[in-house]
Design a protein around this ligand. Sequence first.
Ligand code: FES
Ligand SMILES: [Fe+2]
Length: 447
Amino acid sequence: MTPQDSQDLTRVGPGTVMGNFMRQYWIPAAKSSELQVDGTPMRLLLLGEKLVAFRDSSGRVGVMDHLCPHRNASLVLGRNEEDGIRCIYHGWKFDVNGRCVDMPSVAPHQCFKEKVQATAYKAVDRNGILWVYMGPRQDDPPPLPMIEATLLEEGDVDLQFMMRSCNWLQALEGDIDTSHFGFLHVGHLDPDEVPEGHPLEHTASERAPEYHVRDSAWGTTYGAYRKVKPDTYYWRFANYMFPFWTQTPQGEFPINIQARAWVPMDDHHTMSIFWRRRTGGPRSTLEPLKSGKPLGGARPQPDFQPVDTSWLGRYRVVADESNDWLIDREAQRTNRIYSGIDHIALQDQAVTESMGAITDHSHEHLGPGDLMIARTRRRALQAARAFAAGTPAPGAEQPRVLGEARSGYFEMPTSVEWQQAYADKMRAADRVRELQQAARPEAVPAK
Ligand code: FES
Ligand SMILES: [Fe+2]
């Protein structure tokens, strides 16, 4: 990557190549439950913009620049009252659309509230998530994406928020980097310990699988394969979806409904939001091994810091650079846990944060195992630059395009070509009701 490529891919603030591109898409920003009717306004950092979010008396959510358009006092301090947020400095009040609806510090005959408009973004709740659209079409925003996991009802899905202190791109790349799994996460796993049919059966025995990569309508896809019987491949499919989504192959393909958003808070911080189908969902990779114990280094939950009201105060884990991500050197030395870090997502967190807030891409040496990374960078960069030149952002207006992405593993005769294998499995897969019912007006061409 050239320095310009790196710059254009990683910077997300207003006016940047990637920032403008991402603003064409709806962004999952918070749990709906974080905002109560007439409750405390919340600091929200999205794409480098400092915003205030509040839920008004009618349940609608306002998301706007946190600086009051009068003289820049923060509306985070504001009074959330009677369908609007009121600045505590001079009492100006704004509704969820950013319109100034009261200007009590100005005599009625001099009032100019109709002329004052805060920078406000469309925000809606769907299935327990607050979505924000920061693009130019505030009066007529595009539809919400139909990414399958985000269409599941709240009770049918496990949801995990976790903040990461590094750029969105290097955070995201951990999810589409198939070659790290056998080391970072299961380097300590003895293949003989894995019972037949266990979800980890084939990942433990083959640590350098071959794989194909292609551009897809929604972004990029890889299919990693290994021969597990004379005429059978074991496939693991995973995806990158525009602009910051991933799906990893952990789960049986027909029922594996999952997605992760890597939402840039600013250039140096990313909110990871993970949806995984619970009801009827895939088996856990933490099923017991022959020893009766699950995979080591994979405790169920990391420890979180208490939530506070600062810009970076939500969903922070305790493990970070200041404490070496709580690495246990004894566990590492004895190979009880290959990485020494006890939690799968924390292992990813540690390696990607350790690269520095925005890693120096000129320092890298990409190899054949990094094909998906290289292709995804190119695809995202080309799409973002094409958007800057007037081409629509892929899938931003056709929400079903992103809904056609599915990840997971399956076995297939070696004679079946890989993209055909994906298509066959997809036809037979469980789909979310909305997608099943959809007439699919937009065909999804494979490139
Ligand atoms: S700064 Fe907000 S009302 Fe004056
Ligand atoms: Fe990982």
